[in-house]
Design a protein around this ligand. Structure first.
Ligand code: IPM
Ligand code: MN
Length: 351
């Protein structure tokens, strides 16, 4: 019996999560496993009502689950940063989800903005460090609001944090068994402390994986190659900030935010799966948002639980819907409503 915590969150999050849970119900029946879900109301509405981002026992309670399924965090009436830091980043950090795993995979039938590139060219995974770097909130102001103001934001890179992330990337690459190549994405020519550490650890750990090729590219060049030659990549490993930026680019080349999924992974603890797009508040309640990113996050969640066949079946169903049905991945232009897309997937699963 799997126990799954569900945080629908803000904006279109609940609509997306609803379809993901519909798919979960269908796949559990098909593959004959039992689960229960417990819903948590964390998000903007709760914050506006109670003034609290997360209750004090939230982290301890979430730790008791097998996985967390998240919709989206971000509310138009709440100042940017409060919910993102208070909920999303707090959970990633407190649950020590040290890898943000973001597959960039173009499915057949999905429109790609890159001329001449198809599904055979776009299939890689970004392993983003998820608990350190510029995201730790380390820094501060001096003489705030004066002409002499100083603002400092420090990138934290620990030997332990870098090593466990890089090791995850090599292990994941071995399991993927595709091009057997890990590319370190850094900026060794300018960030000569942080990426010196990354580079040393990369080669040190990489020596334990003689079957895997080691490759390096600066982050700016990675952006160029992701557009020009995405077929070069198998697994990309990088820090938190660079990973944030290049995975939005990755989402675009795989067909847009409507299809891009991710997992915040703690291999020894509880992991949290979410569509990588935001809450898209302008589409809230309109039944037009694309739920496939949430459905693919559910596929990642299933794989994480060890339900590999179920995960694979969900992915195949999404591929069929992309190839045969959806006109576009964009909200309001799919040719189907949000709930109809969920129904399509359930249909392909034989439900
Ligand atoms: C993401 C988002 C978050 C991040 C924001 C909402 C804090 O952009 O998951 O990529 O920067 O990590
Ligand atoms: Mn982002």
């Amino acid at each position: 019996m799997y126990r799954i915590a569900v945080i629908p969150g803000d904006g279109t999050g609940p609509e997306q999560v609803r379809e993901g849970l519909k798919v979960l119900a269908a796949i559990a029946k098909k593959f004959d496993f039992a689960y229960e879900t417990v819903e948590f109301d964390y998000g903007g509405e709760r914050f506006l009502k109670t003034g609290e981002v997360l209750p004090p026992d939230a982290v301890d309670e979430l730790k008791t689950f097998d996985a967390i399924y998240l919709g989206a965090i971000g509310h138009p009436d709440v100042k940017p940063g409060i919910l993102e830091k208070g909920i999303l980043l707090t959970l990633r950090f407190a649950l020590d989800q040290y890898v943000n795993l973001r597959p960039v995979k173009l499915f057949p039938g999905v429109e790609c903005p890159l001329k001449g590139k198809g599904p055979e060219d776009i299939d890689f995974v970004v392993v983003r460090e998820n608990t350190e770097g510029l995201y730790t909130g380390s820094g501060g102001f001096l003489k705030k609001g004066t002409p002499d103001e100083v603002a400092i934001q420090t990138s934290i890179n620990t030997r332990k944090g870098v090593e466990r992330c890089i090791r995850f990337a090599f292990e994941y690459c071995r399991k993927r068994n595709k091009a057997k190549k890990v590319t370190l994405c850094g900026k060794t020519n300018v960030l000569t402390y942080a990426f010196n550490l990354w580079e040393r650890v990369f080669h040190e750990v990489g020596q334990e994986y003689p079957d895997i090729e080691r490759d390096y590219a600066h982050v700016d060049a990675i952006c160029m190659w992701m557009v020009k030659n995405p077929e070069w990549f198998d697994v990309i490993v990088t820090d938190n900030m660079f990973g944030d930026i290049i995975t939005d680019l990755g989402a675009m080349i795989q067909g847009g935010m409507g299809i891009a999924a991710g997992g915040n992974i703690n291999p020894e603890g509880v992991s949290m799966f979410e569509p990588i797009g935001g809450s898209a508040p302008k589409y809230t309640g309109k039944n037009v948002i694309n739920p496939l990113a949430a459905v693919m996050s559910m596929a990642m969640l299933l794989e994480h639980l060890g339900e590999n066949a179920a995960s694979q079946a969900v992915e195949e169903a999404v591929k069929l819907a992309c190839a045969n049905n959806l006109k576009s991945m964009a909200a309001g232009r799919m040719g189907y409503s949000t709930s109809e897309v969920g129904d399509l997937i359930v249909g392909y699963l034989g439900g």
